[in-house]
Write a protein that binds this ligand. Sequence first.
Ligand SMILES: [Zn+2]
Ligand SMILES: [Zn+2]
Length: 576
Amino acid sequence: MSKFPVEMIRHSAAHVMAAAVQNLYENVRFDIGPATEDGFYYDFDLPVRLAAEDLEKIEDEMKKIINARTPFEMFELTRAEAEKMLREKNQAYKLERLADIPEGEKISFYRTGDFVDLCRGPHVDNAGRIGAFKLMSVAGSYFKGDEKNPMLQRIYGTAFAEKSELADYLRLLEEAKKRDHRKLGTELDLFSFSENVGSGLVLWHPKGAFIRNAFETYWKEQHYLNGYEMLYTPHIGRCELWQTSGHLDFYKDGMYSPMDIDDHDYYVKPMNCPFHIEIYRSRNRSYRELPCRWAELGTVYRYEKSGTLHGLLRARGFTQDDAHIICTPEQIEDEIAEVLRFSLSIWKTFGFTRIQPYLSTRPAKAVGTPERWAKATDSLEKAVHKAGLDCIVDAGGGAFYGPKIDLKVRDAIGREWQTTTIQFDFNLPERFHMTYTGEDGKQHQPYMVHRALFGSIERFFGILIEHYAGAFPLWLAPEQARVLPITDVQIPAARELEAKMKAAGLRVTVDERSQSLGGKIKDARNERLQYMLVIGEREAAEGKVGVRSRREGELGAMDPAALIEKMQKEVIEKVC
Ligand SMILES: [Zn+2]
Ligand SMILES: [Zn+2]
């Protein structure tokens, strides 16, 4: 392993790419080239439009710089010197970036061969430290992300210290492409989007809706079992509600335009919280009825920029698996520990066992007393430790209204997904004057915690499709098994088996098409069927069935009763 962190290698690779572009093209104007989570990019203003073929040429030029082990050299200039140099080089974007550097901060440049870049660093000592890299794609990108600014050309790449790491990464990308939920969503007929309906609004097809219903049913059962109660609330609310909650001050850009009803503005809800609070406020509350654990599958609408929409993972209309815990200070520690334990157990059911909590603490500007922040943060930390986990702390990274824990889960191919949020709120109880009568007969402000387990049903479904690569476990699968008669002669025997299995509560169909067994098997495999049940002459005569399991492979001839028992067990145990 190299002694340089991968971010430094990637950012250095961005400089090398810029150096290569400068060597190959005339009149290039440079913006910036940071490292990203899985690589790097650089934004250029070029007189020519780059195509995918140009990336190879740039890669070859980069290899020369890397093979020459070209050093990275730092030098500092005064602001005036820096301005003079950038003006001489006709670097308008760099001049703007220079102006963004606060007065009094040092102004440093890095030289790699003939290329000089305004940069804070740090960098590797020489380009030879970039062990492996690849340029991935080129795309348009507005200067500073603002569509009023000129469109630049952004080249994306990735880099690693070792060749084997790059190979692993490319393999993962390939696997991820095969599992892309948008591709599988179409192939398996699970969901779609329609321009007539609008961007980011999901249409659930029968099979997708079946799976959704199955996990919603499970979600509700588990919540009732764990002491939650269910709520239903409307989709729209009057502007007064959103004024009190503060959404019209802080969140208006994320909300759909209002509609006028009886001379009042009504807004489609972007969140469920104010509705739950109104239920809390519908009468006086005593400490004896706390904690309230109120859950709702609440459908919300948020205006997301069209460029950020991404299938089910980022939609405009989605159903949060929301809950609010409202409790006394004495209860908060146990409540948080319980929320976390519950969340982890649900994730396990779906086969997610590698889970990393992130704790975000008090930022400089915050509402709520320091004592409340300390108690809340402490209860979050204790809950994580109680669950036998360690959290990564983002000091000062909390929202102004309270600390939170986010869970990131790793899927079957090791990708990390941001999912569960357990978020304290010191703001809404204040704004809505939420109180309860304490043991002392006085009014007190309760603690309030927002919690979304999956985030949203849509996003969770997208993650599940990719996690299972479309092959849903038996308890969720719309079609659990397909009977494949080898010829038409076995159709009656196939139907008999189907009827037996249906009577046992299993979801089975018969492929009665006059097609070869090979063709039927291929289709069933493409449709990600967990069980294929083959009936030929011999099976029909012996009253047996040839079983192929997606998970376990060829299981040979089985007695129908034994097969039914096996499948029922898999459903009950939610094997995945
Ligand atoms: Zn740099
Ligand atoms: Zn909430």
